[in-house]
Design a protein around this ligand. Sequence first.
Ligand code: PLP
Length: 397
Amino acid sequence: MSTIPPPLSTWARNVAPSPTLAIDAKAKALLAAGEDVCGFAAGEPDFDTPEHIKDACIAALRAGKTKYAPTPGIPELRKAVAARYAAEYGLAVAPEQVVVSPGGKFNCYLGVLATCSPGDEVIVPAPYWVSYPEMVKLAGATPKIVFADDRTGFRLTPEMVEAAITPKTRLVILNSPSNPTGAVYSRAELAAIVAVAVKHNLYILSDEMYEHLIYDGLTPTCVATLSEEARARTITVAGFSKTYAMTGWRIGTTVAPLPLAKAIAELQSQMTSNSTTFGQYGALAALNEKEKTAAALETMLVAFDRRRKFLHAELNKIPGVSCLLAEGAFYLFPNISSFGLKDTDFCARLLEAEKVAAVPGSAFGAEGYLRLSYATSDEIIAKGVARLAKFCATLKP
Ligand code: PLP
């Protein structure tokens, strides 16, 4: 009788599956089974991709753009991405510094892989996007979680970053606007953290995936523009998923200093080759047909802003719940610690009793909170938050 090897590698055993995707899948399965679920778990816009972007992709498909593309992306798209950084932020980027990958998640992972070796440490601000610690571990490095709670607006201070640095630290991850809290760092706050990274000669991975989803008249900060030293050590990740409602397309972008961009493209060449060729023509239309794209983005922003304010006001009416008004992305991160329940139990009971899907803060390294995505309809938000209030009334704050 033949034997098979013991199951699963170190990597497969140690990686935690994405809790946000799991909860969203559970909510969608309940919906499909006919349950009246209010889903606050999704990490994607509830809008469809704008028509002009789809049209450009369809035209590319019909024109036979169905072959492998150059690993770092089609030249037109790399050029357009470089041009947008110059236009939006005044950042001089050569097309060779741009790498297009199959989704911003993969851009982030490649950024970690290109800079970190086994034994290195990576500073991960918490509450964190669920994938950062796992990516760091998959690179054989160690995440050093630095937590800032709602009393500091979920934003790290330079002192907190400095205190976490050791001789093994190699990389600092920044994410503003943040998933899961929606927190937006000011330019000055980011500059102060970057100064610490420069002082200790660290790389920076700045995940700017939500740069365009920002409210209250704020403008996003592109970390690489903070100083010459920042530009020389920052890997900037952004993409099409959130801004243009293109989550299923799997197209993200990295901008990095030339040697790093080359290393990232080489890693990608062995891991997945290029992002889907015809999809990149859709992304190109998103950048080139500026007026249509801006109009579509504005429609989303108006809806998100309205829902953000409504959900924030309703949450703060619930005895025992307190919630900051996040300035970016499409998430609110209310504090539910006064109920004395573990957040995982809170979410499980909420789904069971009221059919409301929310992600527990502990999935993001922040026990005692919930992540609620308002990238869903006004009706579902109103119904869901009313059910949440009813559920909370059954608990004692
Ligand atoms: N970065 C952050 C903070 C995110 O929330 C996400 C998606 O949820 C990504 C990166 C990756 O986006 P995608 O891989 O869908 O382009």
